[in-house]
Design a protein around this ligand. Structure first.
Ligand code: BEZ
Ligand code: FE
Length: 306
C-alpha cells in the first residue's frame, strides 16, 4: 500500500493528477501543488492557520459582487497581477509601452466620445488635457486606435464604488484620428487608498502597509492586428510613487503635468503628453490582468450533453 506522509503526499497528488489531458492545465496544476506543499512544509502550517486561510479566502469570495472584485484586489496587493503583466510584456515580439494593472474598476461599457470631449460628468477638480499619439513599434501612427480611459474622482473613488451602475463618471472611449492622435479632457490624477473595508484591507492593516496608490489614470488601447495595451500613467513626485500598494508603477509610465504647453491642442489647460506604442499581435493573448466585475459574475453557459 502507498505510504502517505508529509513528504510522499506531493508525489501521490501529482500521480493522481497525471491523467489531466490538457497539457497546460496539467503543467499549471502540478506546479501549483508542488509549490503549495513546499509552502506548507516550509512554514510548518498548523490546522488553525490552515483554517484562518480558508476563512480569509471565503471572505474574499463573499465580498465579490457585480461592482466589486476582491480577488483581483488580493492578486494586486500580493504583486501577482503586476508579475503577470511583466511576464506578458516579456512575450511581446516588438517594442511597446509597458503594461500596468487593469485593476478592479474597469467597465466594459464606458461611453464613446469625440476627441477633445471631457470624461468629467459629475466630479469637481482640476481639469487637464491628455494628448499624444498611438503608434506602432516603428513610431508610425495607428489610425482609429480605440483608447479607453478611466480615473477616480477628487475623493479617490471610482464611479463603480457607488455600487450603482447608472452612475458613470470619469470614463470614456475615443477613436484616435487618422495619424493615431488622441486628446481628451479629464481630472488631474490624484492618489487614493485601495478599498480597505474588506478582507484585503484587513490583510494590509495586519502588515502595517499604507494602502495607497500613487496618482494615475488608466488606459486600454487597442487596434486590429496589435496587442491590446493595458496600462496607466503615473504622476512624477507623488509621495507613494515608490511604494504603490499594488506594484503598478514602471519608470517609463511616470509623466509630469505641464502647466504651460504651446503644443497642446488645448493650451489654456494644464496637460499631460504621452505617446503609446503597440506591438504587433502574434497570438490572441489578452493583456488584461483585471476585469469588469459585472462580466466576471456573468454565468458562462454550461455545455449540455447531446
Ligand atoms: C486601480 O488602479 O484602479 C487599482 C488597482 C489595483 C487595486 C486597486 C485599485
Ligand atoms: Fe486606479
Amino acid at each position: 500500500m502507498r505510504v502517505i506522509n508529509e513528504t510522499t503526499i506531493t508525489d501521490a497528488a501529482l500521480d493522481q493528477m497525471s491523467s489531466t489531458p490538457d497539457p497546460r492545465l496539467k503543467q499549471i496544476m502540478e506546479s501549483l501543488v508542488r509549490h503549495l506543499h513546499d509552502f506548507a512544509r516550509e512554514v510548518d502550517l498548523t490546522p488553525e492557520e490552515w483554517l484562518a486561510g480558508i476563512k480569509f479566502l471565503t471572505s474574499v469570495g463573499q465580498t465579490c459582487t457585480e461592482h466589486r472584485q476582491e480577488f483581483i484586489l488580493l492578486s494586486d496587493t500580493l504583486g501577482l497581477s503586476s508579475l503577470t503583466n511583466a511576464l506578458h510584456d516579456k512575450r511581446a515580439t516588438e517594442a511597446s509601452t509597458k503594461s500596468s494593472l487593469l485593476g478592479p474598476f474597469y467597465r466594459h461599457d464606458a461611453p464613446m466620445m469625440k476627441l477633445g470631449d471631457s470624461i468629467i460628468s459629475r466630479s469637481k477638480g482640476t481639469e487637464i488635457v491628455f494628448y499624444g499619439k498611438v503608434t506602432d513599434a516603428a513610431g508610425k501612427g495607428i489610425p482609429n486606435a480605440l483608447v479607453q480611459i478611466w480615473e477616480p474622482d477628487e475623493t479617490g473613488n471610482y464611479d463603480l464604488q457607488n455600487h450603482d451602475p447608472s452612475i458613470m463618471d470619469l470614463r470614456g472611449c475615443f477613436h484616435a484620428d487618422a495619424e493615431g492622435g488622441y486628446y481628451f479632457r479629464g481630472l488631474c490624477p490624484l492618489g487614493y487608498m485601495i478599498p480597505m473595508d474588506g478582507p484585503v484591507g484587513d490583510m494590509i492593516r495586519a502588515q502595517k502597509r499604507h494602502g495607497y496608490r500613487p496618482a494615475h489614470i488608466h488606459f486600454v488601447i487597442g487596434a486590429p492586428g496589435y496587442r491590446e495595451l493595458v496600462t496607466a500613467l503615473y504622476i512624477e513626485g507623488d509621495a507613494h510613487i515608490d511604494s504603490d500598494t499594488v506594484f503598478g508603477v514602471v519608470e517609463s509610465l511616470v509623466t509630469k503635468v505641464n502647466k504651460k504647453d504651446p503644443d497642446s491642442p488645448l493650451p489654456y489647460l494644464p496637460s499631460i503628453r504621452y505617446d503609446f506604442q503597440l506591438a504587433r499581435e502574434t497570438d490572441k493573448a489578452s493583456g488584461r490582468v483585471g476585469a469588469d466585475p459585472s462580466q466576471i459574475l456573468k454565468k458562462t453557459p454550461v455545455a449540455t450533453k447531446a
